[in-house]
Ligand binder design. Structure first.
Ligand code: NAD
Length: 264
């Protein structure tokens, strides 16, 4: 078991209150990171802090709506204030496609302007603001630094809601193009691309999915297992750490083989 992959590193995680963000907060803390846990759900983010502190980790919570640039800048500033610098930003927040009243994915033609703008404000602008704020800080520190984004397998193949997939496609290509642009400053930019996970993203406030639903999800993946938020957090840890020090511009599927193709 490799230990201390983020020892002493100052890390901002957005969407740290739940799902992948919480799993990443716990895993990164186990590896010695000092965390700013940014989210809009302050009651839930407090639970993340309790979990991190229970394993001896260091973390502070910041209220941050990633669709507001000033709040993302403030989250990075909080890392600098608390830990003296920023080493890694994990831009992890994402919200799903709008649903119909029956809980089905809304068709593109049934989607309102307001819904389109909200999805792009959070899923795309939120990542852009995180990248901008981090790079500004990395420059002040003299270069270097790591950006990890959470995209989705929906950004790699046609899968899931149309609008959601389009926002994640934007994150995938932002990751590639920014990796090239920022490479001269020693900044690495990669993303993780998970498939469906049974987090609040899917369940909302309805609580855990029944076993039958989980078994149905598992069948969609060649490896036959539901994707766990921790699977995604482990991929993010790899990309955040020096294990991937010569890797940039990669969108790493965490999808049990889903995007590799269909079995014959
Ligand atoms: N769960 C899935 O099936 C799935 C699949 C592929 C990709 N993803 C991506 O994984 C990432 C994490 O999702 P998750 O499954 O952990 O979902 P989640 O709903 O469990 O967690 C998302 C977190 O983001 C926070 N959040 C929402 N809007 C915000 C905003 N404007 N500003 C700040 N925080 C905000 C929520 O409060 C929550 O804590 C997202 O980018 C999502 O698009 C999820």
């Amino acid at each position: 078991m490799i230990e201390g992959l983020l020892k002493g590193k100052s890390v901002v995680i957005t969407g740290a209150a739940s799902g992948v963000g919480r799993a990443a907060a716990e895993l990164f803390a186990q590896h010695g990171a000092r965390l700013i846990c940014a989210d809009i759900a302050m009651d839930l983010v407090e639970e993340t802090l309790v979990a991190v502190k229970a394993i001896g980790g260091e973390a502070r919570a910041v209220r941050c709506d990633v669709s507001k640039k000033s709040e993302v800048v403030a989250a990075v500033a909080a890392a600098v204030e608390a830990y003296g610098r920023l080493d890694v930003i994990y831009n992890n927040v994402g919200i799903p496609s709008p649903k119909t009243e029956q809980g089905m994915m809304a068709k593109l033609t049934d989607t309102t302007d307001e819904q389109i703008q909200k999805l792009y404000a959070v899923n795309v602008n939120g990542v852009i603001y995180g990248c901008q704020a981090a790079i500004e800080q990395f420059r002040i520190q003299g270069g270097g630094g790591v950006i990890v984004n959470t995209a989705s397998v929906a950004g790699l193949i046609g899968w899931g809601g149309v609008l959601y997939g389009s926002t994640k496609g934007a994150v995938v290509n932002l990751t590639r193009t920014l990796a090239i642009e920022a490479s001269g400053e020693g900044i690495r930019v990669n993303s993780v691309c998970p498939a469906g996970m049974a987090t609040r993203f899917i369940t909302g406030d309805r609580g855990p999915l029944p076993d039958a639903a989980l078994a149905g999800m598992a069948k969609a993946y060649p490896l036959g297992r539901v994707i766990d938020p921790l699977d995604t957090a482990k991929a993010a840890l790899f990309l955040a750490s020096d294990l991937s020090s010569n890797i940039t511009g990669v969108n790493l599927p965490v999808d049990g083989g889903l995007s590799a193709g269909k079995p014959l």
